[in-house]
Design a protein around this ligand. Structure first.
Ligand code: THU
Length: 143
C-alpha cells in the first residue's frame, strides 16, 4: 500500500477547500482533499441545496470531480476539515454515505486510503477499511 503523501499539505488543501463551501443552510463548512499516487490532489467542498436532503458532502464532490477528471485509480489519502462557519472544532470524519462513495473510488485502484480527519486541535488517521468494514463494492457485483 502506498503511504500518504505529505499529510500536512493535504490538510492545508482541505482547509482551503472548506473556505469554498456553499453551506447557507447548515452553516457547517467542510473541505476534502483527495491525494492520488501520481501526486494529483483534488479538492471538494460541500454544496448544499434548498431541498436540504439533496445537499452534497465535500468528499462526494471531490470524488465526483476526480472521476470526471480521469483520476479513478491510486487514491492514497483523504484529508477532511470542517466546522461551523468554517471554524474547525471537533474532528470531522466522513459521513456514512461518503465512506461508501470513497470506497468506490478506492476500489477502482485497489487502494485502502488513509483518512486524515482533522479538528481544531486533533487529527485522527485511519484507513478507509477501518471506517467501513466489510464494505460492499464493485467486487460484490461479480457473479
Ligand atoms: N458534510 C460533509 O460535507 N461531509 C461529511 O462527511 C459530513 C457532513 C456536510 C453536509 C452538510 O452540508 C453539512 O456538512 C452539515 O451536515
Amino acid at each position: 500500500m502506498t503511504e500518504a503523501p505529505d499529510a500536512a499539505a493535504l490538510v492545508v488543501a482541505a482547509r482551503a477547500a472548506m473556505a469554498q463551501a456553499y453551506a447557507p443552510y447548515s452553516g457547517f463548512y467542510v473541505g476534502a482533499a483527495l491525494a492520488f499516487a501520481d501526486g494529483t490532489v483534488i479538492t471538494g467542498s460541500n454544496f448544499e441545496n434548498a431541498s436540504y436532503g439533496l445537499s452534497l458532502c465535500a468528499e462526494t464532490v471531490a470524488a465526483a470531480k476526480a472521476s470526471q477528471q480521469g483520476h479513478r485509480a491510486g487514491l492514497v489519502a483523504v484529508a477532511i476539515a470542517g466546522g461551523p462557519q468554517g471554524v474547525p472544532g471537533a474532528v470531522v470524519t466522513p459521513c456514512g454515505r461518503c465512506r461508501q462513495v470513497l470506497n468506490e473510488l478506492a476500489a477502482l485502484g485497489a487502494t485502502d486510503p488513509l483518512i486524515i480527519a482533522t479538528g481544531a486541535h486533533e487529527t485522527v488517521e485511519m484507513r478507509l477499511s477501518a471506517l467501513l468494514p466489510l464494505a460492499f463494492g464493485p467486487a460484490n457485483l461479480i457473479p
